[in-house]
Design a protein. Sequence first.
Length: 214
Amino acid sequence: MKNKLHEYRKLYQKHELLEEEIPKDPFELFHVWIRETETNKEVEEVNTMNLSTVGLDGFPMSRVVLLKEYDDEGFVFYTNYESEKGRSIAKNPRVCLSFFWPKSERQVMIKGIAERTSEEESTTYFHSRPRGSQLGAWASQQSSVIPSREYLQKKLELLEEEFDGKDIPKPVYWGGYKVIPSEFEFWQGRPNRLHDRIYYSKEGEAWKMDRLAP
């Protein structure tokens, strides 16, 4: 039985993306877009992004993670290095990030190389997290098979007892990645599906800008 979704249609007409009106540096445009999205009170977790890696089995794999920091060098997220994504990145550090903000009819895709952040940066961020999240990093052997939810809950309870009244150290297998971009694509929804797509590619130390057909 076919489940048709033909009637899911939307008219895109909120913004436009013109070369003469946008920065030559894609980081600047990203900063403008994320700040504008933050002002929309209907949008939750503006920093939600999709991270795609090449899995250990050779298949692409995508999951939602949270952007925790960015600068004019790259984009930072944190995870368990022994998770599926961590092991995939260790084998092939080429990744893709994507942001979709439907309220502003915008999408950003970023290709780049994922590099581990310093131990100092990872430790500083770890200790800024809620205590429950710190304990969760110890309790979960991310991506491994576990027998039940109760097994995980019991591990958490034992850790709560172990670290009661103590600072929780950062696990050695937990930390950050910074994605250093080589390509950006900014997508702005437009009427009649003639969307604006502006593509930035790195050429030496400079960025080249092109328009792509929608």
